[in-house]
Design a protein around this ligand. Structure first.
Ligand SMILES: [Fe+2]
Ligand SMILES: [Fe+2]
Length: 472
C-alpha cells in the first residue's frame, strides 16, 4: 500500500517496475510475484484461514494486498483494450467490481465540457432482464463547481459522498436527483474520481454509485481506498488517451474516403460500427459464445466495422459523386471498393488487420449469393482457386461462406444507409426501413443476424441519437 502511494506513473528505474500504468517497488512486486494472481490467491486463502484463528486484525494486510492486486489486474485488463467505447465499458466494470458497486457512469472531457459517455446500473439492468441492455442518451455538463462531476474535473480531486441526499451544505456542488426520479432509482453513496494523465490533464471522470457489502446493502465508499482508485483513474486516463488516438487515426482514414464519397461520414461509420457490436453481442448471447471471446471480438469489430468502405479512397469522384443511376461499367468500378479496401490490410499483422480486411471484402456479399465480390483474391483480383465461374469471374459467396462479421456489417450498413439521407434518395420512414430488413432476411441478409438486430432495436435507436449527422 505504502509503496503504491509513493509510485510515480510512467517512470521506471532499476528499483521499480511498470505494471499496467502503475509503478511498484520491486520488493512489493516480488512479494506479489509475477504470477500475482495464483500466488496471491493462495496467500489470501491462507490469510483468511489465519484470520479465523487469530481474529480480524490479521486479515487486514492481506485484504490490502488483494486490493492492490485487483487494481493492478484491472489496469492490465483495460490496457488490452483498443477501442474507446469498449474501453469505457471495461473501465467502469473494473471500477465497480473493486467496490462491489451497483452502478456507475463515465464522463469524457470534450473541449470545455464533460460528455456523459457511458453508464451501467445493475438494479435497472435486472428490471430489464438478461436479454436487454440499458438505453442511455449522451448529454453535456459544464466543468464548474455546481455539479459533482464538474467539480471533480475542475479541481482534480476525488469526492466521496456517503449519502448524496445528505450533503453537509458547505459544498459548492449539489446533487441532481433528476435521474433517480425518472428511473425510480435511489442513489446513496457516490465516489467520483478524476481520470488524470501524467501531464495533469483531466480526460474524464468516473462516477461509481452505491457500494455494497456482501449482503447487497448499500454502504459508504471506504476513505482508505480513495488513493488506490485515484491511481486506477490515472491508468484509465492513459488508456483513454491511447484509445482516443487510435480512434482519431481511424477517423482520419475515413475522412480520406469521405473526400471521395460524402456519404461515408464519421457519423455514419460510428453508427454502423456501434450497431455491429450490438448485433454481434445479441447474436453471441443466443449462440452461447463464451464471454471472453465476445469481449475480445467486439473490441476489434468496433474499429474494423468503421473501415468497411475505406476502399472508396481508390474510386474516382466522377463515379462516387454522380447523382442518379450508374451505368453498369461505373457500378463495376464501385464494386471494386470491397477488395481494394481489403487490400489496404494485406500483410496483416494483427487480428484487427484480419477482421478489417474481412469486413471490407465481404460487406456487400449477400446471403443468397447475389452480392459481390464473391470468392476473389483481393491482391490479384482473380477468382480464388476452385471458385471460377463460367464467365471467368469469381463465384459469389453465399450463406456461411460469408464471414460472420461481414454478414453483421452488411445489415448494419444497409439499415443506416436506408435510415439516413443519401444523395440518390430521400430518408425513409422507420417502419419502411424495418420492413425492408425483415423482407430481405434470408435473401440479402443472414436470418440469424436480422433476428439479433431486432432483439436489440431499442439500443440501436439510442446509438443513432448519439451520432447524429452533421448539418451540411
Ligand atoms: Fe461498401
Ligand atoms: Fe457504409
Amino acid at each position: 500500500m505504502h509503496s503504491l502511494q509513493h509510485s510515480i506513473l510512467g517512470i521506471t528505474n532499476s528499483n521499480k517496475c511498470l505494471l499496467g500504468g502503475f509503478v511498484y517497488d520491486n520488493t512489493l512486486f516480488n512479494r506479489l510475484g509475477t504470477s500475482v494472481r495464483s500466488q496471491h490467491t493462495n496467500e489470501f486463502r491462507r490469510g483468511v484461514h489465519l484470520s479465523r484463528i487469530y481474529g480480524q486484525g490479521f486479515s487486514g494486510g492481506f485484504m490490502e494486498r488483494e486490493k492492490i492486486d485487483l487494481i493492478a489486474q484491472s489496469s492490465l485488463d483495460i490496457n488490452e483494450v483498443k477501442d474507446l467505447d469498449i474501453l469505457l465499458e471495461r473501465v467502469l466494470t473494473n471500477a465497480r467490481r473493486f467496490f462491489n458497486a451497483d452502478a456507475g457512469s463515465i464522463y469524457l472531457k470534450q473541449e470545455d465540457k464533460l460528455m456523459f459517455s457511458y453508464t451501467q446500473n445493475d438494479t435497472l439492468q435486472k428490471r430489464l432482464g438478461p436479454d436487454k441492455k440499458l438505453v442511455y442518451n449522451t448529454f453535456f455538463i459544464p466543468i464548474n463547481n455546481q455539479s459533482i462531476a464538474g467539480y471533480v474535473a475542475k479541481n482534480r480531486e476525488v469526492v466521496n459522498i456517503p449519502d448524496v441526499y445528505k450533503l453537509g451544505g458547505s459544498e459548492p456542488y449539489s446533487f441532481d436527483p433528476n435521474f433517480d426520479t425518472i428511473s425510480n432509482y435511489r442513489t446513496l453513496s457516490m465516489l467520483t474520481v478524476p481520470m488524470t494523465n501524467q501531464r495533469g490533464d483531466v480526460l474524464g471522470v468516473m462516477q461509481i454509485i452505491n457500494a455494497q457489502d456482501d449482503q447487497g446493502n448499500v454502504i459508504a465508499f471506504n476513505r482508505s481506498d480513495e488513493s488506490l482508485i485515484k491511481h486506477f483513474g490515472a491508468s484509465a486516463a492513459l488508456a483513454v488517451e491511447r484509445a482516443q488516438m487510435t480512434r482519431d487515426i481511424i477517423m482520419r482514414m475515413i475522412s480520406m474516403a469521405e473526400l471521395r464519397d460524402p456519404k461515408e461520414t464519421g457519423a455514419h461509420v460510428n453508427r454502423v460500427a456501434a450497431y455491429s457490436v450490438e448485433i454481434y453481442e445479441a447474436w453471441a448471447r443466443k449462440k452461447g459464445i463464451p464471454a471472453e471471446e465476445v469481449k475480445r471480438q467486439k473490441d476489434i469489430l468496433r474499429m474494423a466495422a468503421m473501415l468497411h468502405d475505406v476502399g472508396k479512397v481508390a474510386i474516382s469522384d466522377m463515379i462516387l459523386k454522380k447523382p442518379g443511376k450508374l451505368l453498369s461499367n461505373e457500378f463495376e468500378v464501385i464494386k471494386s471498393h470491397s477488395y481494394l479496401g481489403a487490400r489496404l490490410f494485406k500483410n496483416a499483422r494483427s487480428d484487427f488487420d484480419e477482421m478489417a480486411a474481412e469486413v471490407a471484402l465481404t460487406h456487400h456479399d449477400k446471403w443468397n449469393g447475389t452480392g459481390y465480390p464473391g470468392h476473389i483474391d483481393p491482391i490479384s483480383e482473380e477468382p480464388l482457386p476452385g471458385f471460377e465461374g463460367p464467365d471467368g469471374r469469381p463465384l459469389p459467396k453465399k450463406g456461411e461462406e460469408i464471414p460472420l462479421f461481414g454478414r453483421i456489417v452488411a445489415a448494419a450498413d444497409v439499415y443506416d444507409a436506408l435510415s439516413s439521407i443519401r444523395c440518390y434518395k430521400e430518408i425513409w420512414e422507420e417502419e419502411r426501413v424495418l420492413e425492408e430488413l425483415r423482407n430481405c432476411s434470408g435473401t440479402h441478409f443472414d436470418p440469424e443476424i436480422i433476428d439479433a438486430f431486432f432483439s436489440c432495436l431499442d439500443v440501436i435507436k439510442s446509438i443513432a441519437t448519439r451520432y447524429p449527422d452533421e448539418p451540411d
